[in-house]
Ligand binder design. Structure first.
Ligand code: FAD
Ligand code: SF4
Length: 536
């Protein structure tokens, strides 16, 4: 073996150029490490999902003739860190070259950079020690370990698509970046104009779903992962949430992920746009694609997802406005938001991970970990997340995220929960959505205003309020919905920070028109809610 190539658990891209040629002198290394299972508290399904997909990927590589060294969690020679596993293998094989793919996460980027540096130094040292002084001139040549980082060949955009748009440290809005990417790629474009004449159909994509009796079925088949789950437990890896090991459904292979994508395109994309913000009690998936996990571990690529969507619906979208709104809405999530968040992360880390614009310090209520709250919307969104490792965007943004921001929960604790709870949670796309979009803790880098809402929004977009013991209409008094008072409490207490935001001018005008006694009662009820937050 001359060359060792590391593949991370979220780099399962079988179409990467690395694999286009079988080369017996290259050893591919994959490792289930405690450094990865334990850097945060993961949902049980995320652990099962990533490990089973890694194992399937290693089998696929071997079946194509590649040499693979796979460390399982329980292997006695697993050093459980990249430093240990890789440097040992490099020495064992006398390998002269270490290669890796650009990690998405800052933590891993730094770790692998220092591993590469240490390999160069330590190999040079050990070779130098073992050679006679007379041969010293050739040491550098003989001992040098080549280290090289490759692209993951996954994302559509490159740093050059984003970085020139940053002016005096100010990043562009998602909409500007998205339009630039539409123009660059020609996706949904006619010459230099957007198909249909508009760039963005978001305002048409906000309908509640009144009749949920005819929803398409889950696109994934169930499989049994009890053996793997037992292995994880035996090794003492901590986790939370339901493992669903006997009925596991998140994809482990590219074929399963492609099948789910095709199922989405055939059965759900047409209604995706119009109902993408809707929430229905007891229906976690609605018309969403459920492909974020497959995308984030790179079983499928954003380019192929968009291409398949355009191939199937592009022609119809030209003369069916509803289809165009849906298709554009879906493409915006991937070509726009997903690519954009990666650059926001790249551009902002490590400082981004510490931003706390409102100086929020409250601990996360304990019911985020078990769903035991009388607020029906929160109880259902949390319970569903624990059950499936999944909640759709609006549940994450406008229910769990909205409440945490209104209550002034410390963004560190909010991030910790989001990074653990979702099957698709990897820091680059989790923290930008959580700290940025949902908590406004970045002071408006990602969102142009805080996504704050009272019960009237939740009631308009869902049927949660019907089954709730709180009264959605009341701002204070017995059983008044906590969202109503906390909404005003949030705006009131952060006024000095938010007053200049012209998008909040209207709510502040409304607040100023309230009777002083009403204001007092709202703020008092908000205080009581915060004092009794564990009992809400
Ligand atoms: P769909 O609703 O079908 O959307 C299609 C695809 O678009 C998704 O698979 C995803 O790849 C992409 N997408 C949509 N919205 C976003 C977005 N805001 N940012 C980036 N990509 C997007 N997404 C993650 O992948 N990982 C996370 O850890 C994550 N954490 C989030 C935390 C919060 C507080 C919020 C508000 C959103 C978060 N998102 C995250 C974004 C989004 O909620 C999920 O991507 C989406 O719900 C996944 O479900 P789906 O595949 O059915 O998506
Ligand atoms: Fe949520 Fe309030 Fe509606 Fe209850 S009444 S479901 S707490 S928004």
């Amino acid at each position: 073996v001359n060359r060792i190539r590391l593949i991370l658990g979220d780099q399962l891209n079988i179409h990467h150029s690395w694999f286009s040629r079988v080369d017996d002198s290259t050893l591919y290394v994959m490792a289930e490490q405690r450094s990865e299972t334990d850097y945060t508290l993961h949902h049980a399904q995320k652990l099962i999902g990533v490990l089973s997909a890694m194992r399937a990927f290693a089998r696929e590589l071997e079946s194509r003739g590649h040499r693979v060294r796979y460390f399982r969690l329980g292997d006695t020679d697993n050093g459980h860190s990249f430093q240990d596993n890789i440097s040992r293998l490099m020495q064992m094989h006398g390998a002269r070259s270490f290669e890796w793919q650009q990690p998405d996460e800052y933590r891993l980027e730094k770790e692998l950079e220092s591993l590469a540096e240490s390999l160069t130094v330590s190999q040079a040292d050990s070779m130098a020690d073992s050679m006679a002084d007379s041969m010293a001139d050739s040491v550098a040549d003989h001992s040098s370990v080549n280290t090289r980082k490759f692209s993951t060949e996954h994302f559509i955009s490159a740093p050059e698509d984003f970085d020139p748009m940053v002016k005096d440290g100010k990043i562009p809005t998602m909409e500007r970046f998205y339009r630039r990417m539409r123009k660059k790629t020609g996706i949904l474009m006619e010459d230099d104009q957007p198909v249909g004449g508009k760039w963005n159909y978001d305002s048409e994509n906000r309908s509640p779903l009144k009749d949920a009796s005819d929803l398409p079925s889950m696109p994934y088949s169930l499989r049994n992962e009890e053996e793997l789950w037992e292995e994880i437990c035996q090794e003492g890896v901590e986790s939370f949430g339901s493992p669903k090991a006997a009925e596991f459904y998140w994809p482990e292979t590219r074929t399963q992920a492609q099948k789910a994508l095709n199922d989405f395109l055939a059965n759900r994309l047409e209604n995706f746009g119009i109902y993408q913000d809707a929430m229905v009690d007891g229906e976690p998936f609605l018309y969403h694609s459920l492909i974020s996990f497959a995308l984030n571990i790179k079983l499928i690529s954003p380019g192929e997802v968009i291409e398949s969507a355009v191939q199937k619906w592009g022609r119809k979208a030209r003369d069916d406005h509803r289809v165009l709104a849906s298709l554009e809405g879906f493409i915006r999530q991937i070509l726009g938001w997903r690519e954009y968040m990666r650059h926001v992360y790249r551009n902002g880390m490590p400082g981004y991970g510490k931003l706390n614009h409102f100086n929020a310090r409250r601990p996360l209520p304990s019911w985020y970990w078990d769903g035991k709250t009388s607020m029906n919307c929160l109880s259902k969104a949390v319970s569903q997340s624990l059950e499936h490792g999944y909640a759709h965007h609006i549940q994450r943004l406008m229910i769990t995220g909205n409440f945490a921001m209104l209550a002034g929960v410390d963004p560190d604790q909010v991030d910790f929960w989001y990074l653990g709870v979702y099957i698709d949670a990897f820091q680059w796309v989790e923290i930008t959505n959580t700290r940025g979009m949902s908590q406004y803790a970045d002071g408006g880098k990602v969102a142009t205003k805080p996504y704050a809402a009272s019960a009237s929004y939740i009631n308009r977009m869902s049927d949660y309020c019907k089954g709730c013991s709180y009264n959605k209409k009341l701002r204070h008094g017995e059983n008044a919905c906590p969202f109503n008072s906390l909404y005003w409490h949030f705006l009131h207490r952060n006024r000095s920070i938010l007053a200049d935001n012209h998008r909040l001018a209207m709510p502040y005008r409304t607040w100023d028109r309230f009777d002083p006694e009403e204001k007092k009662a709202i703020l008092k009820y908000g205080d009581d809610c915060l004092k009794n937050i564990e009992r809400l």
